[in-house]
Write a protein that binds this ligand. Structure first.
Ligand SMILES: [Zn+2]
Length: 311
């Protein structure tokens, strides 16, 4: 039985300087900041479609551009944390990560008046190596994380991590509720005490060999019809697709010849078509913020939908 025939999907933007993206960091001399013009392009599209999104903002950006953060919040979007210095968790310890969270929450509060409840790790760096992150997030009063890329890629990802939002089990944060082919599988409840922290994994296809349809580079590279097919497949099982972009991916002015060809390819390929692809997604699917989705599913709904999969 599928009680969520048309779940609201999640639209999110990671707000960072184009030149601090993991692949480009340190490759460009004296880069021009284009964060305000890039973000405004996105805000205009969202306003035209009357869609609210979650903006994961780097704390340093919030310090530098507080007016930009309050402008995003005033448009009705959710402000969440993308760390303070955009350092991947691979390069942090639990202590330095906790400091990053506090500094980014402070900067965001200073800019828009409230503390974030959600976090996305730079470069999706919550993996088995950094699973201590969940405990730090929970003790830092975060309600959700959206950093797990549920398939292995060269830089990040966790193979076979759950596809649907789930309460993170304290003893095994990537315990998979997903069994290829939907074979019945029900771990004993005692084996998976859940924490209060909810994970919103990035969208990959619900197929035996998972395909990344989450947005960003993948949305620029892949035909839009493949992305739509992937989202539909998740929605058919009641799973909201969590999609991400960066504002700079909507601004071809960020193109620069300095990084190596492979880095330029991953960073800039298809950048002229990103806005048209997003608009098509906005016409085709319903999108909202993670916080609204979390509030709507508060209580035992998440538990129920997770349990449904074993039925
Ligand atoms: Zn980032």
């Amino acid at each position: 039985m599928n009680i969520h025939a048309h779940p609201t999907n999640i639209l999110s933007f990671d707000v960072e300087h184009w030149h601090s993206a993991t692949l480009l960091d340190g490759t460009v001399d004296s880069p021009v900041d284009r964060i305000e013009t890039s973000t405004q392009i996105v805000l205009d599209v969202l306003r035209r479609y009357d869609v609210r999104a979650t903006f994961f903002i780097v704390g340093k950006v919030a310090e530098q551009y507080p007016e930009l953060v309050s402008r995003i919040a005033d448009e009705g979007h959710e402000i969440a944390s993308h760390g303070h210095t955009h350092t991947p968790l691979f390069d942090l310890s639990p202590d330095t990560f906790e400091r990053e969270l506090t500094m980014s929450s402070d900067a965001i509060q200073e800019a828009c008046g409230h503390r974030p409840v959600g976090f996305r790790a730079p470069n999706f760096s919550v993996t088995r190596k950094t699973e201590w992150a969940f405990e730090v997030l929970e003790s830092s009063d975060y309600r959700y994380d959206s950093s797990v890329f549920p398939m292995r890629t060269p830089m990040y990802g966790v193979s076979n991590a759950p596809l649907r939002p789930y309460h993170v089990p304290g003893n095994d944060p990537f315990r998979s509720y997903h069994v290829p082919g939907n074979a019945p599988f029900r771990p004993p409840l005692s084996a998976m005490p859940a924490t209060d922290l909810v994970e919103y994994p990035l969208a990959v296809t619900d197929t035996p060999a998972r395909l990344p349809v989450a947005g960003g580079f993948y949305a620029r590279l892949l035909p839009i019809r493949l992305i739509e097919w992937g989202i539909r497949g998740l929605n058919r099982r009641g799973i909201p697709a969590t999609i991400y972009f960066h504002p700079w991916e909507f601004n071809p002015a960020v193109r620069t010849p300095e990084p190596s060809l492979p880095k330029r390819f991953v960073s800039f390929h298809g950048i002229e078509g990103t806005a048209a692809k997003l608009e098509r997604l906005l016409r085709t699917f319903e999108f909202g913020t993670i916080r609204d989705e979390l509030d709507a599913s508060e209580g035992n709904d998440l538990q129920t939908t997770a349990t449904e999969e074993y039925a």
